[in-house]
Design a protein around this ligand. Structure first.
Ligand code: B1M
Length: 208
């Protein structure tokens, strides 16, 4: 079994093949970290790049991410046992009043595929919920908002982090269709990403 075959299976979204063959490689004694870095991360980087270039669309990204997750499910306990450290922990969620989660899920999946540990808070998170979540320890908060009426919750969350004395120790990144770099600058976020692949690059640039 070559890593190339697992990579191709992730790209075509063959979750069963990915899970079975990750297990096979583990049984052959290949280290979990190696399977992650050589089998699962490269195709997620590739699908992100293809999406950015407009060569694949949301459904292709979703099925690839689903297959990657099937592999991760088999790998995760082994990664924990082996003490493989994630790149960092990211708390992600949509902001208060916002239930659009397709983009947020894509961002979360690509971040996970890139080696981050993801704490996904789901949809409609108040500033207080974000603050509570980062108390468990995280390097980055990623907020997603799709409505012009909900993105004002982003600066409110940043203010809540400041009030809790946590702002200095965490990076805040934002995204979603109505969000711009100018808005991110105005609210004093640490970064803005227009799409999921850029979110991965941004997260890496902030903590690595
Ligand atoms: Co709604 N909706 N919606 N909607 N919806 C939009 C966003 C809208 C633009 C449609 C329109 O009017 N043309 C409009 C917003 C207008 C505005 O505020 N400017 C709108 C509206 C008004 C509403 C309701 C108010 C409608 C109503 O009830 N009257 C309502 C509000 C619900 C709420 O949130 N409280 C509503 C409801 C819904 C549905 C439930 C029906 C459904 C959501 C289902 C779901 O998500 N589970 C829905 C949908 C599907 C859409 C559209 C059609 C598609 C959104 C989407 O999934 N895009 C959207 C119109 C459109 O965009 N064409 C629309 C695909 C997704 C992959 O892209 O989410 O942009 P996107 O994510 C990208 C980037 O933005 C970025 O990366 C992602 C992947 O590349 N990104 C991040 C996203 N989050 C990031 C976080 C980061 C970084 C990057 O962190 C660092």
């Amino acid at each position: 079994m070559e890593f190339d075959e697992i990579q191709q299976a992730v790209l075509r979204g063959d979750a069963a093949f990915v899970a079975e063959n990750v297990e096979l490689l583990l049984n052959q004694g290949i280290a979990a970290g190696e399977i992650l870095n050589l089998g699962l991360v490269p195709p997620m980087v590739e699908i992100g790049n293809l999406y950015e270039k407009g060569e694949v669309y949301v459904p292709e990204m979703l099925i690839a991410a689903h297959a990657m997750k099937a592999g991760m499910q088999v790998l995760r306990p082994e990664l924990v046992k082996a003490g493989v450290e994630p790149l960092g922990r990211i708390v992600i969620g949509t902001v208060q009043g916002d239930i659009h989660d397709i983009g947020k899920n894509l961002v979360a999946m690509l971040l996970e595929g890139a080696g981050f540990e993801i704490v996904d808070l789901g949809v409609d998170n108040s500033p207080e919920q974000f603050v509570e979540a980062v108390k468990g320890g995280a390097q980055i908060i990623a907020m997603s908002g799709m409505l012009t009426t909900t993105i004002p919750s982003m600066p409110r969350t940043i203010q809540a982090l400041k009030d809790a004395g946590l702002r200095e120790q965490i990076k805040v990144i934002v995204g979603g269709a109505p969000v711009t770099q100018a808005f991110a600058d105005e609210i004093d976020a640490d970064g803005y990403a227009p799409d999921a692949a850029s979110a991965v690059r941004l997260a890496k640039s902030l903590i690595i």
